[in-house]
Unconditional design. Structure first.
Length: 198
């Protein structure tokens, strides 16, 4: 039981440290509002869950070996996020009520979270520390589920934070666009800096 409490505390601390996923969550929450921020959180959580699924079935080592050949996918995500950031930065101020989210918000978030090799390797090293000896796959699945639950709740708090800021920034469209663009570019830079070594 102490292991699970320690896992919750450690995960909450990790969620409080912004990375590429949080930057994307904040950017989408500022741009589109809390609903699409929550959709982004769902996408990033499913992306991390896909990674944890690979860890549970033991493919983390294979992914580490193949990650060098998948680097171009990560760099494609970096370029795409930076492009979105620059586009948001340059957009004219607009009425928040007129902004409509694109259906790609969920899939973009899922892709960004799933293709980060650093988080895969980190989670493969991090989560087993909270397993009791001989826990097996069922124990790892429980730990992974708890990890994802804390991650989901923590990221939803980022949505609440960004959505509150969105209300204040509603009157300052250009500043809001620049913040959104800045967070998207930061997400791209974070993804670019996430190498396989931890």
């Amino acid at each position: 039981m102490e292991n699970l409490i320690a896992l919750c505390i450690a995960t909450a601390i990790l969620v409080a440290i912004p990375g590429p996923n949080v930057a994307l969550i904040v950017a989408n929450s500022l741009r589109y509002g809390p609903r699409e921020g929550a959709v982004t959180v769902l996408g990033t959580t499913i992306g991390v869950a896909l990674q944890l699924g690979l860890v549970v079935i033991g493919i983390a080592a294979v992914f580490e070996f193949a990650a060098a050949t998948l680097t171009w996918i990560r760099w494609g995500g970096v370029v795409y996020l930076v492009y979105l950031g620059i586009r948001a930065w340059r957009e004219p101020a607009d009425d928040l009520g007129q902004i409509e989210a694109t259906p790609a918000v969920f899939w973009r978030a899922c892709m960004i979270a799933a293709m980060n090799p650093k988080t895969l390797l980190f989670n493969a090293a991090f989560l087993p520390q909270f397993l009791p000896p001989g826990a097996g796959t069922a124990g790892f699945t429980l730990v992974a589920g708890l990890f994802l639950s804390v991650l989901l709740l923590g990221d939803l708090l980022w949505v609440v934070f960004a959505s509150s800021a969105r209300q204040v920034l509603g009157r300052f469209g250009r500043i809001r666009n620049r913040l959104t663009g800045g967070f998207l570019v930061a997400a791209g830079i974070g993804l670019a800096l996430s190498r396989r070594d931890i």
